[in-house]
Write a protein that binds this ligand. Structure first.
Ligand SMILES: [Zn+2]
Length: 605
């Protein structure tokens, strides 16, 4: 990524500040009654396996540390949907502006429905939230906003700097604001600051504007507002708009039609590459991704109802996530976030959307595949949260409330990080070391699916606005069903022709070594299986043998922190693999290395 540099545009002042500072203070700085977790079992972290060094013959690994015997208590079943808020008292409520024509699919969005979503007491101000404004904050206005914050004198030793992460496909800068009490904003200084770094990402989907507007408010409040004291405990990086081209065009995708939210493993777009370089360099402890979801659309089509909840939430849910990362996501972030929203009379539930799959009818939670932003970041051992507000396709309807919902959720996540800074570092370190120690043993999940359940979901009657509670088939991402598991290799060998894949793996932060001298390896190679009449393919068969490997080929060791990203990218028979996406051309260009190699390696420059 390019080095940060202060930019030089004209400072811009917002028109005015909070209409209701007392209410906002209560929201942002609510004394957090920390709910203590039951003490986590004190199991020792295993010793890391040796890392291959440049120019040395790798010795066999030391005897692995015994896997500690203490097992975490199983997670509780999914919480029931929160009780619906009582219908607001009959009092005059300012009605939102009518939705743009066609955006609600001819939905009967009655006054009674709108009355369920009153304006928040706090009124927020960004360029895009100004009265009588039709457009959301433009890309240029976002840069002006961030530049103004970075250039203004800040108190208490705060350093703020704008990073230009790179241009979008249409040449618009993708900008980030770093806020820290450290003396500088480069990755090394932040990593040595002994404070966890939080990465907040907005608007990967260009037609979901509320997250972006909310992140501008959060940036302002961290720079010199009510959130500023949190910088004593955390560093924060804010990318208000990850997809500026999509925002400009009002489309979900990037300029070339890619859903970048699903591109964080493949890295086919400059937009995801910018985020990958940022996370590789700054190694955030928490990644929060701000989205919106449609209240109508599929809910109307399948249930003749509207979505009910202000916020739908989900943390990383994919195979090979460390159990402690999952547990801390739920107990330290998700549960307090639900409570914080409830205190603001905002309702929340697990993310769900009417399923479009005939084999999995009902409601589906968010993806369990590792290429989704939330899951890729989880496999980097970060707590990874997705917050979606009820607003996609709704124009400016309920916009202040959508922004308020994001700010409430983000404020909760920032406080959780500040309160748990040292515990989070322990979890992260433990997860990393245990991942390293799993190389050459244990199993790896190659492909997983959601678990079918039944559950009650609360929707809204589109005419009366009353709650409409249904019992539905529910495809849960909180419990994974492994479909394909394989013995975890020591690493993956890649042919010299796999340079494009190697470049992506390194951008994800993985260490890749080049074979300096021809040698041989004990490896499982993939055997193609015939396509069945149904078009379905069985998992590939494996065949073990000694294989000769030439100088110039590659080795991706799994005794490294990000090993599970390599599993996600390199097991070929999945929809998200580099082989399925032609980054690796031939099956014989990949092999699973089943004994620690004795090869001479060299660094890749
Ligand atoms: Zn989205």
């Amino acid at each position: 990524m390019t080095m940060p540099h202060p930019s030089g545009s004209t400072p811009h002042r917002p028109g005015h500040h909070w209409a209701c500072p007392a209410a906002l203070a209560a929201l942002l700085l609510a004394a957090c009654s920390t709910t203590p977790l039951p003490p986590w079992p004190a199991r020792p972290a295993p010793a890391p396996a040796p890392q291959p060094q440049r120019g040395v013959v790798v010795p066999p690994p030391a005897a692995p540390a015994p896997r500690p015997g203490v097992v975490l208590a199983p997670l509780p079943p999914p919480a029931p949907a929160p009780a619906p808020a009582p219908a607001p008292a009959a009092q005059p409520i300012p009605m939102p502006p009518p939705p743009q024509a066609g955006t609600l699919l001819d939905l009967p969005y009655s006054d009674a429905v709108a009355a369920r979503f009153p304006e928040p007491h706090t009124r927020y101000n960004t360029p895009g939230l100004a009265d009588n404004r039709r457009a959301f904050t433009t890309n240029a206005e976002i840069d002006q906003w961030l530049d103004r914050l970075a250039q203004a004198p800040l108190n208490s030793g705060t350093t703020a700097r704008v990073l230009r992460l790179g241009p979008s496909q249409r040449g618009t800068p993708i900008s980030a604001l770093v806020l820290t009490r450290a003396r500088d904003t480069d990755p090394e200084t932040l990593l040595s600051s002994r404070r966890p770094t939080v990465l907040l990402i907005g608007q990967q989907h260009g037609d979901e504007p509320a997250g972006s507007e909310a992140l501008l408010v959060v940036a302002e409040e961290l720079a010199h507002g009510l959130l500023e004291p949190l910088l004593d405990k955390i560093n924060v990086i804010i990318v208000p708009r990850a997809n500026p081209d999509g925002a400009d065009a009002g489309t979900r995708t990037t300029a070339n039609g890619v859903d970048m939210h699903r591109d964080h493993l493949l890295l086919a777009t400059p937009e995801t590459r910018a985020i990958a370089a940022l996370t590789r360099d700054y190694r955030p402890t928490l990644v929060l991704d701000a989205h919106e979801y449609p209240a109508a659309g599929p809910f109307v089509q399948q249930y003749q109802a509207l979505a009910r909840h202000d916020a739908l939430l989900q943390y990383a849910t994919t195979g090979n996530l460390h159990e402690f990362v999952t547990k801390s996501s739920r107990e330290w972030y998700h549960d307090p976030m639900v409570r914080a929203l409830k205190e603001q009379n905002l309702s929340a539930d697990w993310y769900h959307t009417p399923s479009t799959r005939a084999d999995a009818p009902g409601m589906a939670m968010g993806s369990v595949q590792p290429d989704a932003s939330r899951n890729t970041h989880g496999l980097k051992n970060a707590v990874s949260l997705e917050v979606k507000t009820r607003g996609a396709g709704m124009g400016r309807t309920h916009l202040q409330r959508r922004v308020h919902t994001h700010i409430t959720a983000i404020g909760s996540a920032l406080r959780s990080t500040a309160e748990r800074a040292s515990s989070l570092e322990q979890v992260r370190s433990f997860a990393a070391r245990e991942t390293i120690a799993q190389a050459c043993r244990d199993k790896a999940v190659v492909l997983a699916a959601q678990t079918p359940e039944q559950r009650e979901v609360t929707l809204l009657d589109p005419v009366t606005g009353a709650d409409k509670t249904l019992r539905v088939d529910w495809n849960s991402s909180l419990t994974l069903r492994p479909l394909v598991q394989r013995a975890r290799p020591c690493g993956y060998w890649l042919a010299p022709e796999a340079g494009a894949a190697v470049e992506r793996l390194r951008l994800l932060g993985l260490q890749v070594l080049r074979v300096a001298e021809t040698g041989s390896l004990l490896a499982d190679t993939y055997q193609d299986t015939p396509q069945q009449a149904t078009g379905a393919r069985a998992p590939l068969a494996l065949q073990r043998s000694a294989i000769d490997v030439p100088a110039g080929s590659y080795y991706v060791p799994l005794n490294q922190t990000l090993a599970n990203l390599a599993v996600a990218a390199l097991e070929p028979d999945t929809p998200h693999s580099y082989y399925s996406h032609q980054l690796i051309d031939r099956l014989q260009d990949t092999a699973r290395v089943m004994a620690t190699p004795s090869l001479v390696f060299e660094d890749i420059q």
